[in-house]
Design a protein around this ligand. Structure first.
Ligand code: 5GP
Ligand code: ZN
Length: 115
């Protein structure tokens, strides 16, 4: 399993820094975003370190499905009628942590197109 000693999400996976974890599977951890943008804002990450969703799909394609399954489990547990799943990919698209994470947002009206 790949890890990066300087990565904040690897540290959350390892329990080295605290997080409000809401769900775990064999290969994923879901925790609340520190800077929530909606009443529900959860990040679902693979336990192994990959820079973005495309890199994860190349290395461990089954884990991409596990991220989506976990996002749905979280949305059901939170009672969301609808929700948004987002992979910001690359700094130009707003990615600031380079350990792939699926944002799960809901609990308010979500505008389209996004900003
Ligand atoms: P990005 O901008 O890369 O798509 O999303 C990174 C997200 O991670 C941001 O929404 C930010 O608030 C969140 N975040 C960054 N560091 C931490 C942390 O240490 N703990 C938690 N729970 N969220 C974090
Ligand atoms: Zn990492």
């Amino acid at each position: 399993m790949s890890t990066d000693a300087d990565c904040p999400f690897c540290k959350i996976v390892a329990g080295e820094i605290p997080a409000d974890v809401v769900h775990r599977t064999g290969s994923t951890v879901a925790f609340r975003d520190l800077n929530a943008q909606a009443p529900t804002h959860v990040l679902v990450v693979p336990t192994s370190h990959h820079e973005n969703a495309a890199a994860l799909a190349q290395a461990e394609p089954g884990v991409v499905a596990e991220l989506v399954d976990t996002a749905h489990e979280v949305a059901v547990a939170e009672g969301l009628e609808g929700y948004r799943m987002v992979f910001n990919t690359g700094a130009a698209a707003g990615q600031s942590v380079f350990h792939v994470h699926l944002h799960v947002l809901g609990g308010r009206e979500l505008a389209w197109p996004p900003g």
